[in-house]
Design a protein around this ligand. Sequence first.
Ligand code: ITT
Length: 197
Amino acid sequence: MQPLPRLILATRNAHKTAEIRAMIGDRFEVMDATAFPELPEIAETGTTFLENARLKAEGVSHRVAGWVLSDDSGLEVDALGGAPGVWSSSFGGEEGNHSKNNARLLSEMAGKMDRTARFRCTMVLARDGAEQANFTGNVQGRLVDALHGSGGFGYDPLFIPDGHAQTFAELGDEIKNQLSHRARALEQVIKFLIESD
Ligand code: ITT
């Protein structure tokens, strides 16, 4: 039997890895940056999701053989002029601290009537140190005014996707993975990888 092709995720976010691994199933052997302790931290100095996704994918791909996939994502809130956007992971003042991020979002949204928001995801596929293709996925929804549910990660307890009555954190991974921004971008990645095989 042929070994599965390897797909290396340029992330140390265990939640992203778990979601992508579940969606990819047994088509690829999915590994992430935690399997390569020698990889340096890559500074996300871009001002767009695409710039940051490129920095991450190419940064890892320079050092590791095979397909590398990055994911740069975030939440865009209309009443906040698109914030936190690219700065979603440090909105609360501390990189990757989801409870501080959610607390700041709740306070900024207090009393706001327009609750519309969307998650955006940009993925870059790289090989031999260079980008080969990029993909985007969005999911539209609205924000609630208190945390609901314990699934998912990040802003999931505050976001209800259109067509549903519960937050991503209440709906759980199976439903989130059918309609999320990440699912929509990844669908195109899988198609691209199968076609370029
Ligand atoms: P890597 O850069 O290592 O991939 P990260 O967590 O720093 O991991 P990003 O720079 O892409 O990832 O920041 C994404 C932030 O956007 C994340 O910390 C969450 O606050 C938010 N976010 C992205 N996708 C999300 C999702 O599916 N559900 C909830 N929040 C999400």
